[in-house]
Design a protein around this ligand. Structure first.
Ligand SMILES: Cc1ncc(COP(=O)(O)O)c(C=O)c1O
Length: 412
């Protein structure tokens, strides 16, 4: 017999709250922070922690250069600044991403071009990307979403064929594997976020990695006001930002870096367990597990097909919440280009720059329907929290609540 849902007055599966990530911060973070405070040197230049963070992160990925900055958004802006588009150039990316992926494109006066994702999937479709390439395409930003790898071989081949750099957005994808390689090691540059929800964090921060010496040099300048610290007379070589991270942030990130492999292993174990426990429920599609997708699990996305499930996504979310398993909607259920900032092209003053700039070769606008697969995926998306401090029992409760709600949804 179906048990009565908590949303309808039944007993909830779970009444206690889930573990917080606060357990991830402790003595190691305090020790590095104490070093910084006692040294009296909080500025990254001349400090030890940022340098160690950069060296160790580069070593973890087997890359030549890593540069720490103030956020994932800053990392992406810096990578774009280093690629140095001309105003009106185009950069192709996915509409299933955080706004931080495209802000730097627009601030560099380039135009984000949204390609569609694979049908029923989360990642860019290489064929759709290929269709968007024009002589003005300056870069392709491939996002590895939710900790799963995008189809890098195809993107790298496209990049080689057209002479276009691939930037990997790994904000959600620490130590994600793709055909035996780590994501972030294959493109011209890769960007990571150290924001609170990420696999390693210092509250806010970011990292750029590359094997390209010229790009690394330019990125370093871009995030430091274009100010050349190698020269005695220190000229400003070009216009850049101040995206310098502080030693305090780096201290915490350095401690977290020491545990990121452990955190990812734990997320994989728990994420795969949940995927195994809820596979096969009609209308509820879990993400591919870590063997199939290299998944390192940034949160836990589900696709919910209301018709197959017999319940709307909204009721599914409310019912899970009532069972004691909070679920939420990412991107407000819409692709990035449907947010007012992009759809109405609210950029600089009332100019709509760079979209209606004479420097652009065409008038790019965004409206519903331009990426139908992305719209369908994001409309079905339900997100659950899952991280390294969850236990197997927590995962069992999550699975039990999902089964209970799905069974109640099925018609008798
Ligand atoms: C895919 C993706 N790109 C970029 C960003 C921006 O990172 P930040 O919030 O650190 O600026 C995020 C943040 O969640 C993200 O998920």
């Amino acid at each position: 017999m179906k048990s009565r849902l908590a949303i309808d007055g039944g007993e909830p599966v779970r009444t206690k709250s889930f573990p917080s990530r606060a357990a991830g911060f402790g003595e190691e973070e305090m020790a590095h922070l104490r070093d910084v405070v006692e040294s009296g040197h909080l500025f990254r230049v001349g400090g030890a922690k940022t340098q160690q963070l950069e060296e160790r992160f580069a070593a973890l990925l087997g890359m030549k250069h890593a540069q720490a900055v103030t956020s994932g958004t800053a990392a992406l802006h810096t990578a774009i600044g280093a690629v140095n588009p001309d105003p009106g150039d185009e950069i192709i990316t996915t509409p299933l991403t955080d706004m931080g992926t495209v802000i730097g494109i627009i601030y560099q006066n380039a135009i984000p071009i949204f390609a569609d994702v694979e049908p029923g999937g989360y990642h860019l479709d290489p064929d759709s990307v290929a269709r968007e390439i024009t002589p003005r395409t300056k870069a392709i930003i491939v996002v590895h979403l939710w900790g799963m790898a995008a189809r890098m071989d195809e993107f790298l081949a496209l990049g080689r064929e057209h002479g276009i750099p691939i930037i990997e957005d790994c904000a959600q994808a620490y130590l994600t594997e793709y055909k035996g390689k780590l994501v972030g090691t294959m493109g011209r540059a890769a960007c990571f976020s150290l924001q609170q929800s990420k696999h390693m964090t210092c509250g806010d921060g970011g990292l750029i990695v590359t094997n390209d010496d010229d790009l690394a040099d330019r990125a370093k300048l871009f995030a430091d006001k274009g100010w050349d610290r190698s020269a005695a007379d220190r000229g400003h070589l070009f216009v850049g930002m101040n995206y310098r991270i502080t030693e305090l942030q780096s201290a915490v990130a350095l401690a977290q870096l020491g545990r990121v492999e452990e955190f990812v292993a734990r997320r994989r174990k728990l994420g795969d367990l949940l995927t195994q426990k809820i596979s096969g429920i009609p209308g509820v599609y879990p993400p591919a597990d870590s063997r199939a997708s290299g998944n390192s699990y940034w949160y836990y996305p589900l696709r919910v097909n209301g018709e197959e499930l017999g319940m709307t996504k909204e009721r599914f979310i409310a019912a899970l919440g009532a069972e004691g398993v909070p679920a939420w909607v990412w991107l407000a259920g819409q692709p990035l280009y449907m947010f007012d900032a992009l759809r109405l092209q609210r950029t600089f003053g009332n100019s709509h720059h760079p979209f209606d700039c004479a420097c652009a070769s065409r008038r790019v606008t965004y409206e519903a329907g331009i990426c139908p697969n992305a719209e369908k995926t994001v409309a079905q998306l339900v997100t659950l929290t899952l991280h390294e401090f969850y236990t197997e029992d927590d995962v069992a409760d999550m699975a039990a609540a999902i089964h209970k709600v799905a069974e109640a949804a099925q018609k008798p």
